[in-house]
Design a protein around this ligand. Structure first.
Ligand code: HEC
Ligand code: HEC
Length: 161
């Protein structure tokens, strides 16, 4: 019995820093970012990506941390808020999981099979805008179509507004 109590105590101690870290990121958001950007889940879903393990912006494609360093936040808080946002951001990993079995890696698929322009995303083989093609593909729902079109545009370097 004492052993299991000890291990439970150790487990609890191990969990505390993680929980505190997560709370910190949200607390920082509420005090420094919320007034302009609103809810962090909605903001991250709309504007943030995890690409190659790095947090990136929808518009700030290069070096988001440099941008963040000049954006309402002291250096020592960037990591905590970055972790909090990264956990909520979009990722091409979803494509690799749901579509990769047939289409391979997301970036390669965009490069080889799609044409991304400011005006939209077109399939090279079908010549169709993906917003027309995807609703008839793989039982995708409207919100999935929005997500994948946005992902393709972002990976193609011409993010949707
Ligand atoms: C006074 C308003 C204001 C506050 C406060 C603010 N932001 Fe911003 N933020 C903006 C505006 C405006 C933009 C878009 C303009 C730009 O990209 O330079 C932006 C852009 C961003 C982007 C880039 C999104 C993209 O699409 O690339 C990130 C990330 C971001 N903010 C994070 C934060 C975080 C984290 C905080 C809190 C530490 C914060 N912002 C506080 C106004 C604000
Ligand atoms: C079972 C295999 C399979 C899976 C899984 C799959 N696709 Fe496809 N996809 C195809 C095939 C085959 C085509 C060629 C056109 C056709 O036959 O429908 C295609 C075509 C496409 C095209 C159009 C290319 C063009 O030229 O217009 C897009 C975009 C696309 N897929 C996206 C996706 C996305 C996003 C997913 C994941 C949600 C996905 N696919 C999952 C097999 C698959």
């Amino acid at each position: 019995m004492p052993i299991s109590r000890v291990s439970i105590a150790i487990l609890v101690l191990m969990l505390i820093p993680i929980a505190a870290g997560a709370r910190d990121g949200l607390a920082i958001w509420d005090s420094r970012c919320e007034e302009c950007h609103g809810d962090p889940d909605v903001f991250a879903g709309n504007y943030l990506w995890v690409i190659d393990g790095q947090l990136q912006g929808q518009h700030h494609i290069d070096n988001l941390s440099l941008f963040m360093g000049n954006h309402y936040i002291p250096d020592h808080e960037i990591e905590a808020i970055g972790d909090m946002l990264q956990a909520r951001a979009n990722s091409p990993v979803r494509f690799n999981t749901e579509c990769g079995g047939c289409h391979g890696d997301a970036s390669d698929f965009v490069e080889q099979s799609l044409w991304v322009s400011r005006g939209g995303v077109t399939g090279l083989e079908s010549g169709m805008e993906v917003s027309e093609f995807l609703p008839t593909h793989q039982g995708l729902q409207p919100e999935d179509v929005v997500f994948y079109r946005k992902l393709f545009a972002r990976l193609g370097g011409k993010p949707l507004p």
